[in-house]
Write a protein that binds this ligand. Structure first.
Ligand code: FAD
Length: 476
């Protein structure tokens, strides 16, 4: 960890369009080096490409480095060979299954030694500029912000309404918290060695969550994935014979992140159905951006009448994080399970509400959960009634997030509409008045949707990347 202030340095935040400001900055400072982190998202690739183009003929070395992922995605792509591959995979052919990814990335499944190590933080860095008047003169006063000092923008400047103390998420930002959280989770070596993601409880939540809650820190770069991997590998390696393995192990989770980053980089139109060559084409409801429906709104606001779904959506809204299997449950419910609404609408809601919202990971997981790509067992539908009972038969998670159901007896907690009226009265929760009736019949919608999914799978049509002429129209 390097604290800039302790090294007589600081962060300068420039306001403006990076496409314009960055080349101007380099020229105004007569900088000889411009370095930045490699980013794989479409807008970032465009932005970085434009800046590099602008500086092509300028005497400044431009270099970018992989640090947000374990591997440089480019290094894991295969050059396209056939005409089909050349048409689709402009950046190279990615492995499209986790297994294929692991064998490519790690050579052997368990070989964590292949993962690049984190680079130690420098012990010394040059002092920061003391006067930036020249810069303000060259670029205009607005780049320096309202105080003219290039400081980190305040919430007022960003026009953000801050939550009250009671409404604040318990997940605080920064590297210090990230390292504390990582170290505290890793202290329990037996838990790390035996970690199996499908066996962790989605109904446990902060401060006793069953997984690390490191996703927001990895997303924002507060925690280096290489450091996390190094620490994990140090625990797993000596116990390899007995430890859990990818994809279920904790290291396996970090490798899911890698795999999905790689796919996000290589697959054209990754976040869309129509332009994505690995995405099954389906006749979802609410297919367009901006489409709405009473079902979509009820899901988003946590008032579907299914307590497990509503509790998870409430936790998401309040804390900005929910367990992976809770994400499974609400995503399945919205798409192929019950509401048959486009996964793209679900991804948009997650993008808005998740603290760890991450373009590649969000798109990949929605593709998975809607059985549009990666996962094909569309007939495995989560029951919003049976699934949470496994880890929380008394429904304490629901009682915490939905106070209206606080006194509902465990027998009815996941399907309160079946409680006799006198039970509802005693629980001070009349269904339809104090808590909504279910917006759909689970068994009925599941059956209808399974038939639709079966049809889509039999047709097996995939998206077409913009402008590409797909040789055979179907996935190879
Ligand atoms: P842990 O189990 O402790 O795992 C450690 C780290 O591994 C995580 O922090 C994360 O970086 C990575 N990881 C774990 N599971 C996955 C996964 N399935 N895919 C990719 N990386 C994974 N994760 C995000 O970080 N951002 C998102 O926008 C996001 N959207 C999702 C949308 C849906 C519909 C689903 C089902 C999952 C989504 N995930 C997303 C993946 C996963 O749910 C979270 O990464 C995980 O729950 C974060 O909690 P954790 O840090 O305690 O995970």
């Amino acid at each position: 960890m390097l604290r800039l202030k302790e090294h007589d340095s600081r962060l300068f935040v420039l306001r403006g369009n990076p496409l314009k400001i960055l080349p101007e900055l380099v020229k105004a400072l007569d900088a000889k080096h411009l370095t930045f982190e490699k980013d794989t998202e479409p807008y970032a690739l465009y932005r970085d490409g434009e800046v590099m183009k602008e500086l092509k003929d300028y005497s400044c070395d431009v270099a970018s480095f992989t640090s947000h992922t374990l591997f440089d995605p480019e290094s894991l792509l295969k050059p396209p060979e056939t005409d089909y591959e050349k048409n689709i995979w402009k950046r190279g052919v990615p492995p499209l299954t986790y297994r294929a990814f692991i064998s490519k990335a790690l050579k052997a499944e368990s070989n964590g030694d292949c993962v690049p190590l984190p680079i130690p933080a420098p012990t010394k860095i040059p002092s920061a500029y003391t006067s930036l008047d020249n810069l303000i003169e060259a670029l205009g006063p607005e780049v320096a912000g309202p105080n003219g000092d290039f400081s980190v923008p305040s919430s007022e400047e960003l026009n953000l309404e801050l939550p009250s103390k009671e409404e604040e998420s318990p997940h605080k930002g920064g590297e210090t918290v990230a390292l504390e959280r990582m170290n505290s989770f890793l202290k329990d070596k037996a838990r790390v060695i035996n970690f199996k993601k499908p066996e962790t409880a989605p109904t446990a939540f902060y401060p006793t969550a069953s997984t690390t809650i490191l996703s927001p820190y990895l997303k924002f770069g507060c925690l280096s994935p290489r450091l996390f991997h190094q620490e994990l590998w140090a625990i797993e390696k000596p116990a390899l014979k007995t430890s859990s393995k990818p994809p279920e192990s904790l290291r396996g989770q970090l490798l899911w992140r890698e795999f999905f980053y790689l796919c996000g980089y290589a697959v054209p139109g990754f976040d869309s159905m129509k332009q994505n060559p690995i995405c099954l084409q389906m006749e979802w409801k609410c297919p367009q951006k901006g489409d709405s429906s009473p079902h979509l709104e009820a899901w988003r606001e946590g008032r579907t009448g299914f307590p497990w779904i509503d509790a998870a959506m409430t936790q998401l809204r309040k804390e900005g994080w929910i367990h992976h299997l809770a994400r499974h449950a609400v995503a399945c419910f919205l798409t192929r399970g019950n509401l048959y609404i486009s996964w793209e609408r679900g991804a948009e809601v997650f993008e808005e509400l998740l603290l760890d919202a991450d373009w590649s990971l969000n798109s990949a997981n929605w593709l998975w959960l809607s059985a549009s790509a990666f996962f094909t067992q569309y007939f495995r539908v989560y029951s919003p009634i049976v699934f949470p009972k496994k880890t929380d038969p008394d429904g304490n998670y629901v009682r915490h997030w939905i106070p209206a159901l606080k006194h509902m007896p465990p027998k009815y907690i996941y399907e309160p509409w079946t409680a006799p009226l006198d039970v509802q009265r005693r629980a001070k929760c009349i269904i339809g008045k104090d808590y909504p009736r279910p917006i759909v019949d689970h068994a009925e919608t599941r059956k209808i949707n399974l038939a639709l999914m079966k049809e889509a799978y039999q047709g097996a049509d995939y998206g077409q990347p913009n402008g590409a002429e797909i040789i055979q129209g179907k996935r190879k």
